[in-house]
Design a protein around this ligand. Structure first.
Ligand code: GTP
Ligand code: SF4
Ligand code: MG
Length: 400
C-alpha cells in the first residue's frame, strides 16, 4: 500500500474555520484517531497527514489543517502554515460548521482556491445540530454543498462517494503543465517562425499550453528561437523552456543546463499518454530483431506530413539504428486493433492530437494487458536524435 511515493499521490486537504470539525472528519475518513479533536478553538496547530489507498480511485494523501480565522499571534502562525498547504493541494474540502456558518470566510478561501485553480467541495458539518430552516438557508447560499455529521456514518459514506466521483472526473481532465510548474512560475515557449510554420497563427498544442498556463496562473513568454537568448537574460527566473522539437538541438545550446528544457511533443506524450509506459516502449527498441513486428498506428488518414513520418521516416530511422530489416504494419485511421496486440513487439502511435487523453489511455491499457510495448512518434524521434534524455529530465525529477 505504501509503495507509491507521496509526490505521486493526489493530495486532498481539509480546510475551514477553527472548530468546524475538520479533524473529526479527517479521523472518520481515514478510520484512525490521528488528529486531536476538542471543542477548544485552534486545537490543530500543525498540518497532519495520512497516506492511504482511496479505493477505487488510488493512492492519496489526506491533510488536516489548522483552522482559519484563528486569532492572536499563534493563531496567525497557524493560519500561515495552513495557507502554505494550499500549494500542495490537488483537491480541497472546505468544512463549514452548519450551526455557526461564516460565509464571508468561505468566500475568501474560495477566491484562494480559484487563484490556484484548486477544485473544492463545500462540506456543511454538524448537520445534527441544525433544523430544516437553517439547512435551507445554507443550501440557498452554497447550492452544491454536502451535509454531513461525523455522528452519521451514512452521510460520511455519501461524502466519500461524491468525492470519488469528482476525483475520477478530475483525473480525466489532467492539466498539461499545471501540476508541474508552481503558481506564478515562468515558462518560455519557443516557436520558430520558418517556412513550415502555418501562416498567421500558431498550432493547437501551443495554444493549449498557453491556455493551461493561464488556467493555473503560470506566466508564459512566447518567443522565436532567435529571441530566446534575450528573453533568458531579461527574466530573473525561468522554470521551464518548451520548444518545438525541430529546434531542440539549437535551443539546447542556448538554454543553460540549470534550466529545464523539453519539447511540445514530449509534453503531449505525457499529457495524452503515459510517459513511463512510452519510455519502456523506447527501451524495447534495443531488443528488436528481424523477427520483430512493429505496428505504426496513426489516428488520421488525411495528414500527409505525419504520414511521411509514420510510413517513411520512423521505419527508416529504426532500420538504420538497429541495423536490422524490421517488419512494419501500418494502421491509419481510427481502427486501433483491440485484439491480437500481442503479436506486436512494439507499437508506435502518432501524437494523438485529435484523440482525447481517455481514448489514448484505453489504448495504452489494451497494450499493457497484452504485454505489448507502446510508445509514440515524438518519443521515437527524440530518442533517435539524442534529445530524449534532456527533454524528460524535468519529469523524472518531479516523479511524474
Ligand atoms: N454535534 C457535532 N459535533 C461535532 C461534529 N464534528 C465535530 N464536532 C465537535 O466539534 C468540536 C471541534 O471539532 P474538531 O474536529 O476538533 O474541529 P477542528 O475544525 O479540527 O478545529 P481546530 O483544529 O481547532 O481548527 C469537537 O468538540 C467535536 O466533537 C458533528 O458532526 N456534530
Ligand atoms: S491524431 Fe494528430 S498526430 Fe495523429 S495522425 Fe492525426 S493529426 Fe497526426
Ligand atoms: Mg483540528
Amino acid at each position: 500500500m505504501n509503495t507509491t511515493p507521496n509526490a505521486n499521490r493526489l493530495h486532498i486537504s481539509i480546510f475551514g474555520k477553527t472548530n468546524a470539525g475538520k479533524s473529526s472528519l479527517f479521523n472518520t475518513i481515514i478510520g484512525q484517531d490521528l488528529s486531536i479533536v476538542s471543542s477548544v478553538k485552534g486545537t490543530t496547530t500543525d498540518p497532519v497527514s495520512k497516506a492511504m489507498e482511496f479505493l477505487p480511485f488510488g493512492p492519496v494523501v489526506w491533510l488536516d489543517t489548522a483552522g482559519l480565522k484563528d486569532t492572536g499571534e499563534l493563531g496567525k502562525l497557524r493560519m500561515e502554515k495552513t495557507l502554505q498547504i494550499v500549494n500542495r493541494t490537488d483537491f480541497a474540502l472546505y468544512i463549514i460548521d452548519s450551526s455557526n456558518p461564516d460565509l464571508d470566510e468561505y468566500k475568501k478561501m474560495a477566491l484562494t482556491f480559484k487563484k490556484h485553480n484548486i477544485p473544492h467541495m463545500v462540506v456543511c458539518n454538524k448537520k445534527d445540530l441544525i433544523n430544516d430552516t437553517q439547512r435551507e438557508s445554507l443550501i440557498k447560499s452554497i447550492p452544491n454543498s454536502v451535509f454531513v455529521s461525523v455522528k452519521d456514518s451514512n452521510s460520511i459514506l455519501m461524502l466519500k462517494d461524491l468525492l470519488l466521483e469528482k476525483l475520477q472526473k478530475q483525473e480525466e481532465e489532467k492539466p498539461i503543465l499545471g501540476d508541474l510548474i508552481p503558481y506564478g512560475g515562468n515558462v518560455i515557449l519557443v516557436v520558430p517562425i520558418d517556412s513550415e510554420a502555418p501562416k498567421g497563427r500558431i498550432i493547437l498544442p501551443q495554444v493549449q499550453v498557453i491556455r493551461d498556463c493561464l488556467d493555473h496562473g503560470i506566466k508564459t513568454y512566447v518567443v522565436r528561437d532567435t529571441e530566446l537568448e534575450d528573453a533568458l537574460h531579461e527574466l530573473s527566473k525561468v522554470d521551464l523552456v518548451i520548444t518545438d522539437s525541430q529546434a531542440f538541438k539549437e535551443v539546447s545550446k542556448i538554454v543553460p543546463v540549470s534550466i529545464p528544457l523539453t519539447s511540445f511533443s514530449i509534453l503531449f506524450a505525457r499529457y495524452k499518454g503515459d510517459l513511463n509506459v512510452f519510455l519502456d516502449g523506447i527501451s524495447a527498441i534495443e531488443h528488436l530483431d528481424e523477427h520483430s513486428k512493429i505496428l505504426i498506428s496513426e489516428s488520421c488518414t488525411h495528414n500527409h506530413s505525419h504520414e511521411d513520418i509514420g510510413r517513411v521516416k520512423i521505419p527508416r530511422m529504426l532500420r538504420n539504428h538497429t541495423g536490422k530489416d524490421l517488419k512494419f504494419d501500418f494502421k491509419m485511421g481510427h481502427d486501433f486493433p483491440s485484439e491480437d496486440l500481442s503479436k506486436y513487439d512494439l507499437i508506435i502511435h502518432c501524437g494523438s492530437c485529435m484523440l482525447t487523453p481517455k481514448t489514448m489511455k484505453t489504448r495504452i491499457s489494451l497494450c499493457e494487458e497484452s504485454g505489448t510495448n507502446i510508445t509514440n512518434y515524438g518519443m521515437v524521434l527524440a530518442y533517435s536524435t539524442g534529445i530524449l534524455p534532456r527533454s524528460i529530465e524535468i519529469f523524472l525529477k518531479e516523479g511524474l
